[in-house]
Design a protein around this ligand. Sequence first.
Ligand code: C5P
Length: 284
Amino acid sequence: MNDATLTLPAPAKLNRLLHIVGRRPDGYHELQTLFQFLDHGDTLGISCREDGEVHLTPEILGVPMDENLIVRAARLLQAENDCRLGADIHLEKRLPLGGGLGGGSSDAATTLLGLNALWGLGLPLDRLAEIGLCLGADVPVFVRGHAAWGEGIGERLTQVDLDTPWFVVIHPGVMVSTPAVFGAEELTRNTPPITMARALQGGASSWRNDCEATVKVLYPPVAEVIDWLSARAPAMLTGTGACVFARLANESDADQLLAEISGRWQAFKARGLNRSPLHDVLGR
Ligand code: C5P
């Protein structure tokens, strides 16, 4: 029996490009995206329990424990494998809820990989990614742990290597509802797909987020940040927001921008990563 605590990162992601292709009969949207990780995120401390219970601390305000993706991920893994072991999970939350940084999805993926190791289940990443998809469209990329071109609802993934600049990420102070953004009628739909080769060839300066215009109308504080940041560096929305990121040439430019933001909004700097730090820790 292993009573050690595994301390694992749950990194943020950025959508460096987000193109909405169409809407499926079940309401989900077909999209094309470039996912990249950041060296900034949540941290999970996970240890094994003999009694099968799953305990998460601390409680996250506004998220019922049973609906938390961490608890749901642990229960799903238990049920799928008829596993009698449980877990104590401590979450150090740094990523905002409704921020477009994939915090909840990344926490879920870290739980799946961490418990797979702690419980000795030996499931391959393919299977863990399938289980992850039941929890959310963004979970599989965190399970696979490499920057990717995503299609479908974001679950059909092709590994890619992107440039790895410094980013400054600003939280405009509002929580965006993903279903509200995807539900907006004016959102680009049924537009022609682009090829991965063309997207990569175009490079970072051609990458856009199709949700941006809709989010700017629905959430004026996000529009204010996009306009402010775009005047200083190439900037765009991640996911359906609320966070907005700027691409900087180097770390000192990032520091300078952070100094200018100081006090106005919550913001952080981070480096883009092609490999998830979670997979470095687990050696996968
Ligand atoms: O998969 P996830 O739980 O993150 O999605 C939250 C909501 O966002 C879905 O219920 C759906 O309304 C919308 N969504 C979508 N198309 C996607 C991903 C999410 O319409 N590709």
